[in-house]
Design a protein around this ligand. Structure first.
Ligand code: FE2
Length: 270
């Protein structure tokens, strides 16, 4: 690993808990079964990430394996916050399955998990997403893509899906149910809570525009996170660089660089 960012959260635990956040792996593995167009696209994308990483010595695949070995060595529970696959193709699917096999971790998706190509939404985008999403979920039955939680040493570790720039209703009902447990909650998601798409500061792309009802529920999730005193911090990826922001109520929004750069984040909760 080129860098492990160390973050300490004080929530009043008797014994500290460690989590390793892994995000934005951007695997570009292809397979002869993938279309020639997808294979050529992955060849180009591989170079994009090599350049963006400053030509780090290892491949995203190698860093992904390394990160799980590091988590084990440190006694940290791994949480993966999306964009593991740069696109959904058979090469990437099989590689993600191979590396994930037999490992215990939480996963929440990014938008790339459901894309066939990395480009701006084109007509038919919604229909393609509706077709791809169940297929990707079926390939990884060990994960709950929309909402999941795990209590680790008195901390409620929660993953929320906002891979489409809004939170689905299951996230709202899930969060409310988890809050009933009364434990400190640490939230993991792909898009940072301060992302302009999520906050609707940026005009949504007309092809991805959802109904007002969808956004109303998503806004309610944002308001819930900001008003629930049990929510101690949130962790995201998506931006590929490191940043720390805060919600209007002061909840920390930690943004972790892409693992393709050889960077992950160790979170120590005390
Ligand atoms: Fe990404």
């Amino acid at each position: 690993m080129e860098q492990v960012i160390h973050t300490v959260l004080e929530v009043g635990l008797e014994k500290p808990v460690k989590i390793l956040q892994i995000t934005d792996v951007h695997l570009t593995q292809t397979d002869p079964r993938d279309s020639a167009e997808q294979q050529a696209h992955m060849d180009k994308r591989r170079e994009v990430f090599r350049r963006e990483s400053g030509y780090v010595p290892h491949t995203p695949n190698e860093y992904f394996e390394e990160a799980f070995a590091l988590a084990e060595e440190l006694g940290a529970f791994p949480v993966v916050t999306g964009d593991v696959m740069d696109v959904y193709c058979l090469g990437n699917r099989d590689e993600f399955q191979r590396i994930a096999a037999g490992k215990d971790f939480l996963f929440t998706p990014g938008s790339h998990e459901f894309a066939e190509f990395c480009r701006a939404p084109v007509p038919g985008h919604q229909e393609r997403y509706a077709r791809t999403r169940p297929e990707v979920e079926a390939a990884f039955p060990q994960f709950n893509f929309t909402f999941d939680s795990r209590i680790i040493g008195g901390v409620n570790v929660i993953t929320l899906d906002n891979s489409r720039d809004w939170f689905p209703e299951e996230v709202l009902t899930g969060l409310k149910a988890e809050a009933e447990k009364g434990l400190p909650m640490i939230l993991f998601m792909h898009d940072p809570l301060t992302d302009h798409g999520l906050l609707r500061i940026r005009e949504p792309h007309p092809l991805t525009l959802e109904s007002e009802e969808v956004y109303r529920i998503s806004d309610e999730v944002l308001a819930f996170i900001d008003s629930c005193p049990l929510v101690k911090a949130t962790f995201a990826g998506h931006w590929h660089g490191e940043a720390l922001h805060h919600t209007p109520a002061g909840v920390p929004v930690y943004i972790t660089p892409g693992l393709f750069k050889g960077i992950c984040r160790l979170i120590e909760i005390r």
